[in-house]
Design a protein around this ligand. Structure first.
Ligand SMILES: NC(=O)c1ccc[n+]([C@@H]2O[C@H](COP(=O)([O-])OP(=O)(O)OC[C@H]3O[C@@H](n4cnc5c(N)ncnc54)[C@H](OP(=O)(O)O)[C@@H]3O)[C@@H](O)[C@H]2O)c1
Length: 338
């Protein structure tokens, strides 16, 4: 069996294929033949050494993958051979509120992830995927889709007709767009590219703003909402966007603090939150139960995850470089059957 390995900070060049020996299954373990893996911005951060993990040994990277159950241990009850499954981002956060113990490790960070022809996981990590999703599509759910789901529907209390602001057209934001529209929400989305904004319109975006040509885009958000602001922002921008996102949010609204594609530094003035009763709420992907709810919603609503580019297993480095280029729209996928 072949698997990629990568050290924290090992750079994309350090992503190399290795032969890995498969060991016998423990009673509660499951062997999954991985069919597809999707990349997240986090996978670039791990390669660049900018992710908060303590493990120096090379790990199998990537949290997000989907595949077929090949074999099960003697006590396994959650899945059967032949089931189509994906793994949950945090192997120990099954449900309920997060705790230090529940989020202590995540696939493709402190522990081995999914960029391998086969992976061995505890049965409790696995979730069955909706039949209508291909393996490539199912592989996009565990991090990006769950994060968007959590931000919109678990950490926020939106109602149909409320307005959501999405930043850029990466994995989290495009899932945010698709789920928000399926739930009857109004969507304002930004991008550096007019072509990408045209594609968001095809997916149902109500209003679009080019953040390059409109650098004071928070003013445009206020104009588009008659001065009120949006109810929720999925804040993936970080340092360069968070204060604009706060300014673009309505009284009582929620700035779901997710990422930092423009950097993780910066300062926030408490007054910008206090007197307008806005919440800054950090989220970190979500639990296995959230992955189950996300999969049920995506399956039930007939949402087709937006896959920007697919690379064969042998070209994983090229897939990483494509994500790094920022040319993608939605998700970048590595197909292990190619
Ligand atoms: N907390 C969590 O649980 C969690 C989970 C998933 C992701 N994240 C974080 O969320 C962020 C996005 O992740 P992702 O996987 O969706 O990334 P991604 O697919 O790589 O998308 C990044 C997109 O961000 C946009 N962008 C870049 N600079 C920007 C700026 N200054 N202002 C607004 N948009 C900008 C670009 O869109 P355009 O090309 O359209 O301009 C780019 O394509 C990352 O920081 C990631 O670490 C956090």
């Amino acid at each position: 069996m072949k698997a990629y390995r990568l050290s924290h900070g090992g750079r994309i060049d350090g992503l190399q294929l290795h032969d890995v020996e498969e060991r016998p299954l423990d009673p509660h373990e499951v062997r999954v033949g991985v069919k597809a893996v999707s990349l997240n911005y986090r996978d670039l951060m791990v390669a660049e050494g900018g992710y908060p993990i303590k493990n120096d040994t090379p790990i199998i990277p990537c949290s997000d993958g989907a595949g077929e159950v090949l074999a099960i241990g003697s006590m396994v009850t959650r899945v059967q051979p032949g089931d189509r499954v994906a793994a949950s981002f945090f192997p120990h956060w099954f449900d309920g509120q997060p705790t230090q113990e529940k989020i202590a490790s995540a696939l493709g960070g402190d522990v081995d992830g999914m960029l391998a022809q086969a992976v061995t996981l505890h049965e409790n990590t696995l979730v069955k995927m909706p039949d209508q999703l291909s393996y490539q599509e199912a592989a996009t759910l565990p991090c990006a889709a769950v994060t968007a789901w959590n931000g919109l529907f678990e950490s926020s209390h939106l109602r149909p007709g409320d307005t959501v602001l999405l930043l850029g057209t990466g994995g989290v934001s495009i899932f945010g767009l698709q789920m928000a529209k399926a739930a009857g929400l109004q969507v304002i989305i930004t991008s550096s590219s007019d072509d990408k904004l045209a594609r968001t319109r095809e997916l149902g975006a109500d209003e679009t703003i080019n953040y390059r040509t409109t650098p004071e885009w928070q003013d445009e958000v206020l104009r588009l909402t008659s001065g009120k602001g949006v109810d929720v922002v999925l804040e993936v921008g970080g340092e360069g966007t968070i204060n604009r996102s706060i300014a673009a949010t309505a009284v009582g609204g929620n700035i779901v603090t997710i990422g930092g594609v423009s950097g993780f530094g910066g300062e926030v003035n408490p007054r910008s939150l206090v007197t307008s009763i806005k919440r800054l709420s950090g989220i970190y992907v979500g639990s296995r139960a959230m992955l189950e709810r996300t999969a049920a919603f995506i399956g039930g609503a007939g949402i087709k995850p937006v896959i920007s580019n697919v690379f064969p297993f042998a070209e994983a480095q090229a897939a990483y470089r494509h994500l790094q280029s920022g040319k993608h729209f939605g998700k970048v996928v590595i197909d292990l059957t190619q």
